[in-house]
Design a protein around this ligand. Structure first.
Ligand SMILES: Cc1ncc(COP(=O)(O)O)c(C=O)c1O
Length: 379
């Protein structure tokens, strides 16, 4: 097998790009002598919330916890249904199960995000595959996949009509917008993962919740640390899901460069768009969307063979995701998961291929990827 000359993602390049500043932030956090929920986390929460135009930020241990803690904060639990997509990281669905609620999976649209029509159908109970009592749907988790926001105007109107909460899964969409309005400001609260390969990545696990609802923010802050409002006194039942001071210090450095790095991702996407036009289906842009290209995803029937050819040519790719959640061994056959009823999702999972995409990718590496792809698509 050829050496991979162009990786699909490269979190170490993100470190090396700002090494001196990140190393200094680590030293500062270590020297402070305060390692849990101190000044660095408080400052990062403020700075990130401002970046997303949100009133409150609450740092947590990872993106899955961010989703779970929002659900807990909204009082969602056993007997409740939460609509989301199956074309996502399994974490989205796992968070619903973690609070004892029932995932109700709906199909996606051509932009790989929740189809408003499918959400309507799920709310109307118009889905087969459910055995047992139909859960009462209390919320929707909207996933802004690959860096592009979902059809939020349509989804928000449906949610309002049915009186359900909106949770945004922004793990892949730090800085994405629609009509200039950022992700994280369309619903009750938003969950961000800070996993190393994300647009804003820690060097380890991390996550953050944003919300404009002060009461919800205060409750989530308490749940984050054993339900404490006052130290050692649990007012409500909680958990331990804290963002470390060390990670917060490093994330504050990376946050300063996020807008420029998102712009570089968009520039790389522009080159792919131009060079690959007409060769295979390319990502569709939603009107007025500020797409932050967490991934640049093309489609190809026989995707696995194309991926193997690219690997032989030294180009790394990835598949997000090869198996929809409702077909995975842990989930297949669960009631209310809509098994076999998600044709757009199932076809996407067979065809999608994520090309190299990270801000430090050079123009020469992009050109090498394009040349390899042109050769592989021909042969
Ligand atoms: C869409 C989506 N949701 C949730 C998560 C979970 O985040 P984490 O891995 O930080 O728990 C991820 C990241 O893997 C993700 O991509």
């Amino acid at each position: 097998m050829a050496d991979i000359r162009v990786p699909q993602a490269d979190p170490k390049a993100g470190y090396l790009a700002h090494k001196a500043e990140i190393d200094a932030a680590v030293t500062r956090a270590l020297d402070s002598g305060w390692y849990i929920l101190g000044q660095e986390v408080a400052a990062f929460e403020k700075e990130f919330a401002a970046f997303e135009s949100a009133a409150h930020g609450i740092g947590v241990a990872n993106g899955t916890d961010a989703l779970e803690i929002i659900l807990r904060g909204l009082g969602i639990g056993p007997g409740d249904g939460v609509v989301t997509v199956s074309h996502t990281a399994v974490a989205t669905v796992a968070s619903i199960e973690l609070v004892g609620a029932t995932p109700v999976l709906a199909d996606i649209d051509a932009h790989y995000t929740l189809s408003p029509a499918a959400l309507e159908a799920a709310l109307a109970g118009d889905m087969s595959g459910g055995a047992g009592d139909k859960p009462k749907i209390k919320a929707v988790i909207v996933v802004h996949l690959y860096g592009q926001i979902a059809d939020m105007p349509a989804i928000a109107a449906i949610a309002k009509k049915h009186g359900i909460a909106i949770i945004e899964d922004c793990a892949q969409a730090h800085g994405a917008t629609l009509g200039g309005k950022p992700v994280g400001s369309w619903g009750n609260a938003a969950a961000f993962s800070l996993y190393p390969t994300k647009n804003l990545g820690a060097f380890g696990d991390g996550g953050i919740v944003t919300t404009n609802d002060g009461i919800l923010a205060e409750k989530i802050r308490a749940i984050r640390e054993y339900g404490w409002r006052k130290r050692y006194i649990s007012d409500i039942s909680g958990m331990n899901t804290r963002l470390d001071e060390l990670h917060a210090a490093m994330l504050r450095v990376r946050l300063k460069y996020l807008a420029a790095e998102n712009a570089r991702r968009a520039a790389i996407a522009g080159i792919y768009d131009k060079e690959l036009a007409g060769l295979c289906p390319l990502p569709l842009r939603r009107d007025a969307a500020g797409h932050v290209f967490h991934q640049y995803v093309i489609r190809r029937a026989g995707r696995d063979a194309l991926q193997a050819k690219l690997r032989d040519l030294g180009i790394g790719t990835n598949v997000h995701y090869p198996m929809p959640v409702h077909l995975q061994p842990a989930y297949a056959g669960h009631s209310w998961l809509a098994q076999g009823k998600l044709p757009v999702t199932e076809q996407a999972s067979e065809e999608v291929l994520s090309l190299p995409m990270f801000p430090q990718l050079t123009d020469a590496q992009v050109a090498e990827t394009v040349a390899a792809l042109k050769a592989a698509l021909k042969g």
